[in-house]
Design a protein around this ligand. Structure first.
Ligand SMILES: Cc1ncc(COP(=O)(O)O)c(C=O)c1O
Length: 414
């Protein structure tokens, strides 16, 4: 079956917008994706017909809302190949899921223990581990990257980065800046060989490729709904059930308990132990609709489309004088985020000029300041595509690039 990008775009009314006289080219999906009509309708239908709190109300609407919420849990479990719905914990975003992982997995850590992350992480997968190490006296260490933006496994081996003191290894599956796709299974093998647990940040991977947690190698996977056609306000932590059962709670409150007395409480089984208070019910319903939508197109077809778009984009952009790519140029080892600098032009100027031509991209350090420092740059500009991106939008990107370069750096003589 051919991939009908125009039919897919028709499901996203926002993509028809104009920016002044220019058609919108939305190339900021790594930041947040657009939402198809079915997701918005599922949320609307929930609020208009089934709204009630879950688990507490013994009435028809309460039962319907609970069924919808637990149905969403089962749908998301199926989407990532989880063994059972109880392995899915709903959070408010990936950041909360990673904080949950750091708090619970790291509860017993102390001086002499080591946590390993990477220099290419989003701040969401650095700061919670720094906070953990400050609390417990454990030491934070990290994988470096090679000049072309891959994890430096050779240096890690030479430095003995993963060793008998390592308790947790955490890494992003796909970098939000470089686009690098990391060898998660290989890193997990090294970590498991020394008895460490593996936490994977799947925020930039789960939206773009088939996920099978059974073969991924992770003990915990975190991702976020709004980057995968779902609503904001919902994230997911997946963990093996036997592991989740051993972990202490994260936040305290209603619905995460078994019995509460004034002196102490006992806690519910997972996943409820980790879901204090009223959960993101409508958001879970919306995320389940997003999974239906993505599966309806097929994750393999989506990945192939993005692969072709990324190859097309890299071919065009790398041919532009003054374009400086951060990250691997080999399309086989990368996701769709392309970060770059234009020689001599500040990313904020780049963003502004691109916006004036309808091209929506992101400039700054993309919540990955250590990575930018590692490359000796303050910031970069990022174009990121998704299942609805067209070659015409990439053409608009390349045109904006040449226009901006020549506007600010006329020495290129365009
Ligand atoms: C790799 C990565 N991890 C974590 C996050 C944080 O996601 P959220 O803001 O939804 O918590 C992002 C978002 O940009 C990301 O790209």
């Amino acid at each position: 079956m051919t991939y009908d990008v125009e039919a897919i775009r028709a499901e996203f009314p926002i993509l028809q917008r104009q920016v002044g006289d220019w058609p919108l080219a939305y190339l900021d999906s790594a930041n947040t994706s657009q939402k198809p009509r079915v997701v918005v309708e599922a949320i609307e239908e929930h609020y208009l017909r089934h709204n009630a709190n879950v688990a507490r109300a013994m009435h028809m609407l309460g039962a319907e809302a609970t069924e919808a919420y637990e149905g969403a849990r089962a749908r998301i479990a199926q989407f990532i190949g989880a063994a059972r719905p109880e392995e899915i914990v709903f959070t408010k975003n990936a950041s909360e899921a990673l904080n949950l992982a750091a708090h619970t997995l790291g509860a017993g850590l102390g001086p002499g223990d080591e946590v390993v992350t990477t220099v290419m992480e989003h701040h969401s997968n650095i700061v919670p581990w720094q906070m953990l190490c400050e609390r417990t006296g454990a030491t934070l260490r990290w994988f470096d990257v090679t000049p072309d933006g891959r994890l430096d496994l050779d240096k890690a081996e030479a430095d003995g980065l993963i060793n008998e003191r390592t308790r947790i290894v955490t890494l992003t599956w796909v970098s939000n800046v470089l686009g690098t796709r990391n060898p998660v299974a290989k890193v997990a093998e090294l970590a498991h060989a020394v008895g460490a647990k593996v936490v994977v940040d799947g925020s930039q991977a789960v939206p773009h490729q088939r996920t099978d947690v059974a073969s991924l190698g992770a003990d915990i996977l975190a991702f976020t709904g709004h980057k995968m056609c779902g609503p904001t306000g919902i994230g997911v932590l997946w963990g093996r059930h036997d592991l989740l059962e051993t972990l202490p709670p994260f936040l305290g409150g209603g619905e995460m308990i078994e019995i509460v007395e004034m002196e102490r409480s006992t806690f519910a089984a997972p996943p409820y132990r980790f879901e204090a208070g009223t959960p993101p019910i409508a958001q879970a319903v919306g995320l389940a609709a997003a999974c239906d939508f993505l599966d309806g197109i097929g994750l393999d077809a989506i990945e192939a489309h993005e692969h072709a778009i990324t190859e097309y984009a890299l071919d065009k952009l790398l041919a532009i004088d003054g374009f400086q790519l951060l990250g691997p140029s080999d399309v086989y080892e990368r996701g769709p985020a392309i970060s770059f600098n234009i020689d001599g032009v500040h990313p904020h100027d780049v963003m502004q000029l691109f916006d004036s031509r309808g091209v929506a991209i992101r400039g700054g350090h993309h919540c990955a300041r250590p990575l930018h420092r590692r490359f000796g740059v303050q910031s970069s500009t990022r174009a990121s595509s998704y299942l609805y991106t067209t070659t015409a939008e990439i053409d608009a990107l390349a045109d904006a690039m040449v226009y901006t370069r020549d506007y600010f750096a006329p020495r290129f003589g365009g």
